[in-house]
Design a protein around this ligand. Structure first.
Ligand code: SAH
Length: 401
């Protein structure tokens, strides 16, 4: 059996059930494990620690499958892990068309994302599974995982969106395509919080939709009634449609992607909302926020959900300035009593730093901003206590005095 032996005292994080083995913690590798092969991880004294997937090209040299010495890594293992994840989601997330079934480390399947979109088009339209394989281990077990997914969900159509740059760190090429069943429908429409959304599984961001913001879109829907709303970085109109559903007087949305905005406008029509209540600006958000402020526009509710400004630690300073910039203008655009929903999905910026950045923006805007609620991803994006790195989406609901 291929074995990875750690340097002295490097076993501590594994004993706390952290699922990653960094290259610099490894003393030696015995055998010739292939990319994605299962290795036994041992402490320096030879004690068994875990079975893990070997990834020779990555700094994260192995990702743990199991801490149980008696658990072999085989087809049955993947069947059990996938079934468990699907059963947990079914119990926790109901009455919604878009669900994250598998969220990597939190489901004991490091590097794997699986989302399910139930179609709301008509009675004949069916569900679509969309996967992202982001590590050598899950890549090596792809067939077993796809078979397990079909068995656990009864959904035969599985599409792959492994066009993510982190695959390169694993020595894997980016790839997309049908893994099983029929290709995804071009006109897939799913439903969330009573709103219909077109999902472009092939070309959309991530697997087509920002499922993680479901609960936050519900909050916006709840608070948008009779308000003037600004949704910045709107993508296909997730928060905008929620605000329209919630009875917003007017919704102004900004995004620099024309394709996303086209789908957003289609969403307005599909839901039968009055298009005159919605304005779509194909523009840079930084400049447009300032322009709206200079023009004297003011809003009762502002959403700032930008892309990941800090892809890694080196980018934190520049990202912090960008977050501060949009939050400063976002706060200044609010009328008294107005609400700001503000987010960061940069893993490298933790909740504490994000709150400091927003506090700095409020100070510069000379407003008293009160935190009504701390926000995060939905319950289908669980966070392992042993793996705080898994927390990427954090947000604040603020009200200015
Ligand atoms: N809130 C959305 C997801 C936002 S994703 C939802 O709930 O679905 C981030 C979006 O920011 C993307 O659609 C991207 O096109 C857009 N974007 C990135 N940089 C931008 C910029 N400088 N100005 C405007 N939009 C930008």
């Amino acid at each position: 059996m291929n074995t990875v032996t750690l340097k002295p005292s490097k076993e501590k994080s594994l004993l706390r059930r952290h699922p990653w083995v960094y290259a610099n913690a490894i003393d030696r590798v015995d055998g010739k494990p292939a990319v994605g092969a299962t290795v036994i991880v041992r402490a320096h004294d030879g004690r068994f620690l875990a079975r893990a997937a070997y990834s020779p090209h990555s700094q994260i040299r192995a990702r743990v499958w199991s801490f149980d010495e008696n658990e072999p890594i085989d087809h049955a293992f993947f069947k059990r892990r996938v079934q468990r994840a699907v059963a947990h989601r079914r119990a926790m997330v109901r009455d919604t068309g878009a669900v994250r079934l598998i969220f990597g480390e939190a489901d004991g399947l490091p590097g794997l994302i699986v989302d399910q979109y139930d179609a709301a088009n008509d009675a004949n339209a069916h569900s679509q599974l969309v996967c992202q394989f982001m590590a050598a281990g899950v890549e090596a077990w792809k067939e077993a995982i796809v078979a397990a997914l079909i068995a656990a969900t009864g959904c035969p159509d599985v599409y792959e969106r492994s066009d993510v740059s982190i695959r390169e760190k694993e020595g894997l090429e980016q790839t997309t395509g049908v893994l099983a069943g029929d290709p995804p429908a071009d006109t897939l429409v799913t439903i969330e919080n009573g709103v219909r959304y077109h999902v472009d599984v092939r070309n959309g961001h991530k697997t087509g939709f920002y499922i993680d913001q479901r609960d936050n879109r519900a909050l916006v829907q709840a608070f948008a009634g009779e308000r003037d709303v600004l949704n910045c970085f709107c993508y296909t109109g997730g928060f905008s449609l929620a605000a329209l559903k919630g009875g917003a007087k007017r919704v102004v949305s900004i995004d620099s992607s024309g394709e996303a905005l086209a789908l957003a406008q289609q969403n307005v029509a599909t839901n039968g909302f009055d298009a005159a209540r919605a304005t779509w600006l194909d523009a840079d958000a930084f400049k447009t926020l300032r322009r709206l402020y200079d023009d004297g526009e003011r809003f009762d509710l502002v959403v700032l959900d930008p892309p990941k400004f800090a892809p890694s630690r080196e980018h934190v300073d520049r990202a912090a300035r960008a977050y501060k910039d949009i939050n400063l203008t976002g706060l200044k655009l609010l009328r008294p009593g107005g609400l700001l929903f503000t987010y960061s999905c940069s893993g490298a910026i933790d909740a504490e730093l994000f709150q400091k950045i927003v506090a700095g923006a409020a100070a510069d805007a000379r407003v008293d901003a009160r935190i009504l609620k701390r926000l995060g991803a939905g319950v289908d994006h669980p966070l392992l206590t042993a793996f705080p790195e898994g927390e990427y989406l954090k947000g604040l609901l603020l009200q200015i005095a």
